[in-house]
Structures are given as structure tokens and as C-alpha cells.
Write a protein that binds this ligand. Structure first.
Ligand SMILES: Cc1cc2nc3c(=O)[nH]c(=O)nc-3n(C[C@H](O)[C@H](O)[C@H](O)COP(=O)(O)OP(=O)(O)OC[C@H]3O[C@@H](n4cnc5c(N)ncnc54)[C@H](O)[C@@H]3O)c2cc1C
Ligand code: SF4
Length: 587
């Protein structure tokens, strides 16, 4: 039997990035906040300390900061008429687990979305005509514009000490920055990371082709930095153990280093780790939440936690699953295209190739999560799509995230997969190879969505989340086009050997890491008939429930998602204070 606990004012479900942003604002304002996090509290554990921090087998290969698949996984099918099967290993994406969430072990590539992203359907209709958008491409506008989010991007970048070079200050083009950047009010808080040899090769090659490469905006501090809250970051050591690891130099901006320490010791804040929320409990008429049910994962004991305001911050996949399990909103139906919960699940269309230079010395072990140079000419609608037959695009970059011994083995095509020739090729090419990559958009498709699996259950007996997803023709055409541009850059770079570009096309293969950029399922919009939350991220169905994270994106852009996730999280924190001053539907 579940134990009913005393009421808390604000109950936050999930203890990752967006939870930290909400707590940072509400707790100092005197509000009582409880965060329920299913995973452990990593602070003070081996994860962040040398020599354990550099254990590649533990944190990267075995994905030590991700939840074990034998406890919870997802089922996948490529189309609504297939039977879904559980993913036996989580390899394609790595949902966060533990205080800090996925942002604890992220890379830190921190973008702003394009101005057209927020009004995508309107923008593409105006530029190419309504007929250019295929019937199955269920893209939607966000219900807000870049202008609404701009100040919050500014605030997020200041909090997280983003290192970069502005390309557009209040409409004035800035040399050295992204020529396609949406306008910004101020320069990045920190200068860019160092230029690596790989970045130099990329910059030279793209320059020859007439493109302007610029440094990737990074949440890896290029210098020691004190943020506006007085929180301190150290300087990045280019240690190459960034993605999938915590930072032992305290140089990577994370919720655990910059957000939770601000509130942890306050009497009006409580963080319960190992508390897995299994249900959101509505009042009898279904219009308000009155409590959540959670399980103490150490004992299996169930608790009911009442509250007056609830914020769902449990990442895209859990946000959707908890709504479905709690029967909040109408599940999406891909046949009738009605219902909204689970709708417009999107991912990222990534690809890459390897280049080999016998005469260059590339130091791949000197890496950082967001170390690299980029061109943005073929992203989103930065180029004319007339006659191309697809929408969207991707940025092309030379990023040097790591040269770790298990993970990083770039070998020329045709190299044997074992034996002395394989060993020799490793020795010959480790220091003399680099990669190019494309990070591409994924626009919504009526057939891609999430619902509850009818067959498979987790350890608490609850249905697993079922993902129905595949790359469609738009993705394949876009990938082929931008890959062609990447291959031209590889040719201009003068590599002796260029590997074959990987291509994202059907069927989606979950055995390869692609990104943890899962979006949609609780999408935002100004019409309750086609969205789950309002532009203020307030549930249309349950007034005292707000939802945060990339699950609110109506479709996914060609950029990494955490810049807008952070900006939306900061805007939400202000909206929550406003709501608390007089509970109502925010308009
Ligand atoms: C390896 C990796 C690299 C990445 N690199 C980048 C990058 O370079 N750039 C970029 O833009 N983005 C990157 N990301 C994505 C980025 O980490 C996420 O966008 C960001 O963390 C999302 O914030 P969130 O608050 O929505 O979710 P999270 O930060 O993941 O927090 C969600 C939390 O909710 C908890 N939770 C889930 N379900 C429950 C439940 N039922 N009960 C209680 N708690 C629950 C989880 O355990 C987790 O701690 C990366 C992610 C990974 C994994
Ligand atoms: S690369 Fe830099 S920011 Fe990343 S973990 Fe290493 S020191 Fe920290």
C-alpha cells in the first residue's frame, strides 16, 4: 500500500537540466520545491574524479551514466504495421539517469535555432508554397517566435559560460562568426576554444570553396569563468573524455556544477534521488493534478506525493510515457491523425566520413565535447531549396571530441577487421586521420510517433514506451544532398584517402550512436487541438501541469537541441512564478 506524504508546493519530476533551471529560479524566490529523480545523485562519486573519470570502458563503452536496459528500455518498430521489439541495448541514444540528467555527460555543443524554426510551416509556405510541404510532413509552428526566446538564450549562454564568436550582433554581421546566426544582443560570454589542427584543415578547405567556417559554440569553458549567479567554471583541459563523462576539471557547464549547488542547502528545497515517478494522479474531473506516485527504487516502496504545481522535466521519452500512463490528453492516432500525445516524434539525421592525411599530425586525443569548426550554409533553410525535393538541412563540421583508445579508430576503407594488418593500420593512421560530420534536421512525419507498447512491460509492470520511427524520403534526400557538400569539402582538404560517407536512410538502425536528441510527443502550439502544451508550456488538459524539455519541439531543427531547451526552461521558470502569484491559464 502506498504511503501518502505531506504536500509540497512545487513537485518537479526528473532531476536534469530543465529541473535545475526551474529550481534555480523558484527556490531563491522563496518557493518550496521538491525534485524527484529516479537515478542516483552522482555528486562526490567516482564518476567525476581521476583516475575513475577516465575509465572509457565503464562510462563510454558500457554507458555507465545511462539507465540499464534490463530495468527499462523502449520498443521500436519502423512503421505502424510492424510489431515492435525491445531495444536490447541503448546504443542509438542515451537518456540521462541521475542528478544532472543527460546534461551531466553531454558534449556542450550549444546552438540557437534559426528564426524560421519557430514558424516553420508558415515560413516554408511563404517561401515555397503550401504544395511544397508533403501531406505526411506534419510540421507545425511553435506559437512563439525567436524574438520571444532571444533574451532567454542570452541568459542561458551567460549561465553556462558558452564559448564562441558572434556572427550577428543586433543585425550587424560580425567577421569570424556564423554568417547565418540569428541576431544576438551580446557577444558570447567566453572566447572560442583553441583552434585544433583538424579545425584548421576544415577552415582552409571550406575557405577554398567560398564558405566561412566558424567555431562551434561550446559549453566547455575556454577560460576560467564566473557566471552571473557567482558560480565558477574551470578551464577546459581538452581531455577528450567529455561526451558520456562528467568533467573532472569543472570546465563543462552542467546542472550539477552550476544549478543544483545554488539551491541544495536551502530549507525550501529537497532533492530525492532514487525516486521513480510512475504516475501523475489527476483530480476526479481530470482538470488538475493532485499528486504523483513514485517508487523508492532501493526498497520498492510506493509513495504518493501531493503538490499544488507540477513540472514534468523527465526528458522527451519519459515526459511522453508518463502522460500516456496517467491518461492525460488524447494519444495520437497515425491513421486518423487525431490526438496529440506522442505526436511528431523526431530525431536527428546525422552522417559523417573519415579523412586520412599521411603528412599531417592531428593529435586526436586533444579533444573537447564541442571543439571544432563548422559551416552553416546547408542547414535548415539557409539555402534555396527550389527544385531540390526536400526541406531542411544540416551543419557540416570537423569536431574533435575525443581520441579515446577504444572508441576512436579511424581506418581507411578496406582495412582488415583484425590481425597484424589491422594493428598496423591503427598505428599508421591514429594520429593522421580526422572526421567530418553532418548534423541534420528531422522534420515531423505523420507515421513517426510514440505510444504505449501493448506487450512489453518494465520492472514495475508498466507498459514500455513504443517508438514508431523511420527516416523518410525527405531525410534521405536531405542527407544525400548535404553529404555531397561534405564530400566536396573532403576533396578540397587534400586528404590522401577519403572514406565513404555514412548515409541515414530507412531502416533506422539503433545499433549505432547517432544522438540523444529525441524530440516531440508533448508538442507546444497555440491550438489545443494540435498541441499538448501552450506556448507557455502549460498543459492544455491539466492546468497545474507544465512540461519542459525537447518533447515540446513540434519538429527537430538541424542544430543540437539544448540551447532552445535551456532558453525555454528559463522562460518557463518566469512563467511558473507568474502562475504561482495567481494560478490561472497563462495567456
Ligand atoms: C552523450 C550525450 C551528448 C549530448 N551532447 C549534446 C550537445 O553537445 N548539445 C546539445 O544541445 N545537446 C546534447 N545532448 C542532449 C542534452 O543532454 C539534453 O538536451 C538535455 O540534457 C535535456 O534536458 P532535460 O532536462 O530535458 O533532460 P535530462 O537532462 O536528461 O534530465 C531528465 C532527468 O529525468 C529523470 N527521469 C526520467 N524519468 C523519470 C521518472 N519517471 N521519475 C523520476 N525521474 C525521471 C532522468 O533520470 C534524468 O535525470 C547530449 C546528450 C547525451 C546523452
Ligand atoms: S574536454 Fe574539457 S570540458 Fe570536456 S570533460 Fe575534458 S576538461 Fe571537461
Amino acid at each position: 500500500m502506498a504511503t501518502r506524504l505531506p504536500e509540497k508546493e512545487i513537485v518537479v519530476i526528473g532531476g536534469g537540466l530543465t529541473a535545475g533551471l526551474v529550481a534555480r529560479k523558484l527556490v531563491p524566490a522563496g518557493r518550496e520545491v521538491l525534485v524527484l529523480e529516479r537515478g542516483p545523485d552522482w555528486s562526490g562519486s567516482a564518476v567525476g574524479e581521476l583516475p575513475h573519470q577516465r575509465d572509457e570502458l565503464r562510462w563510454a563503452t558500457y554507458r555507465g551514466m545511462t539507465r540499464r536496459e534490463n530495468v527499462e528500455t523502449y520498443t521500436l518498430r519502423h512503421s505502424p504495421d510492424e510489431e515492435a521489439l525491445p531495444m536490447r541495448q541503448l546504443l542509438s541514444f542515451l537518456p540521462g539517469f541521475g542528478v544532472g540528467g543527460a546534461a551531466q555527460h553531454w558534449n556542450g555543443q550549444t546552438w540557437r535555432f534559426s528564426e524560421s524554426d519557430y514558424v516553420l510551416r508558415q515560413h516554408l509556405t511563404e517561401r515555397y508554397g503550401a504544395k511544397s510541404i508533403p501531406d505526411g510532413m506534419t510540421i507545425q509552428d511553435w506559437g512563439l517566435t525567436y524574438r520571444d526566446l532571444q533574451p532567454y538564450y542570452e541568459e542561458f549562454e551567460a549561465l553556462f559560460g558558452i564559448a564562441g564568436k558572434a556572427g550577428n550582433l543586433r543585425g550587424v554581421r560580425q567577421a569570424g562568426g556564423n554568417p547565418f546566426e540569428p541576431w544576438r544582443a551580446t557577444e558570447y560570454p567566453l572566447p572560442p576554444l583553441e583552434m585544433s589542427e583538424a579545425s584548421q584543415i576544415f577552415k582552409d578547405a571550406t575557405g577554398q570553396l567560398g564558405y566561412e567556417a566558424f567555431p562551434l559554440p561550446a559549453a566547455n569553458a575556454s577560460q576560467p569563468y564566473r557566471n552571473p549567479d557567482g558560480m565558477q567554471l574551470g578551464q577546459c583541459q581538452y581531455c577528450g573524455h567529455c561526451e558520456r563523462f562528467t568533467c573532472e576539471a569543472n570546465a563543462k557547464a552542467t546542472p550539477a556544477s552550476l544549478l543544483f549547488p545554488l539551491v541544495r542547502s536551502r530549507p525550501n528545497f529537497e532533492l530525492r534521488a532514487g525516486a521513480e515517478v510512475i504516475r501523475l494522479n489527476t483530480t476526479a474531473d481530470g482538470t488538475r493534478l493532485e499528486s504523483v506516485s513514485y517508487v523508492d527504487v532501493a526498497t520498492g516502496q510506493e509513495f504518493i506525493q501531493p503538490g499544488s504545481l507540477f513540472v514534468l522535466c523527465s526528458y522527451t521519452l519519459s515526459n511522453v510515457r508518463l502522460l500516456l500512463l496517467s491518461k492525460i490528453g488524447t494519444p495520437y492516432d497515425p491513421v486518423t491523425r487525431t490526438g496529440t500525445v506522442g505526436k511528431n516524434y523526431c530525431y536527428q539525421v546525422t552522417s559523417g566520413l573519415n579523412m586520412f592525411f599521411p603528412d599531417r599530425y592531428i593529435n586526436p586525443f586533444m579533444g573537447a565535447g564541442a571543439l571544432g569548426f563548422v559551416i552553416d550554409d546547408f542547414n535548415n533553410d539557409n539555402f534555396d531549396h527550389t527544385g531540390l525535393g526536400f526541406h531542411g538541412g544540416g551543419y557540416i563540421s570537423a569536431t574533435q571530441t575525443n581520441g579515446r583508445p577504444i572508441d576512436t579508430r579511424r581506418l581507411p576503407p578496406g582495412t582488415p577487421r583484425w590481425g597484424s594488418a589491422w594493428k598496423k593500420a591503427n598505428a599508421d593512421w591514429y594520429l593522421r586521420s580526422m572526421g567530418l560530420s553532418v548534423h541534420g534536421s528531422n522534420y515531423a512525419n505523420a507515421r513517426n510517433y510514440m505510444d504505449l507498447d501493448p506487450d512489453y512491460k518494465d520492472q514495475w509492470g508498466r507498459p514500455l514506451l513504443r517508438i514508431t520511427f523511420d527516416f523518410d524520403d525527405n531525410d534521405a534526400l536531405m542527407c544525400r544532398y548535404v553529404n555531397g557538400k561534405m564530400e566536396e569539402i573532403a576533396a578540397a582538404a587534400g586528404a590522401k584517402i577519403v572514406g565513404k560517407a555514412s548515409v541515414r536512410k530507412s531502416p533506422y538502425d539503433t545499433r549505432q550512436y547517432q544522438s540523444t536528441h529525441n524530440t516531440g510527443g508533448t508538442i507546444m502550439g497555440s491550438d489545443p487541438g494540435s498541441s499538448v502544451v501552450s506556448p507557455h508550456l502549460q498543459s492544455w488538459d491539466v492546468e497545474n501541469l507544465f512540461i519542459s524539455g525537447a518533447s515540446v519541439f513540434p519538429q527537430n531543427s538541424g542544430y543540437n537541441p539544448t540551447g532552445p531547451v535551456g532558453a525555454l526552461g528559463l522562460r518557463l521558470a518566469e512563467d511558473l512564478l507568474s502562475y504561482l502569484s495567481g494560478p490561472r491559464r497563462l495567456g
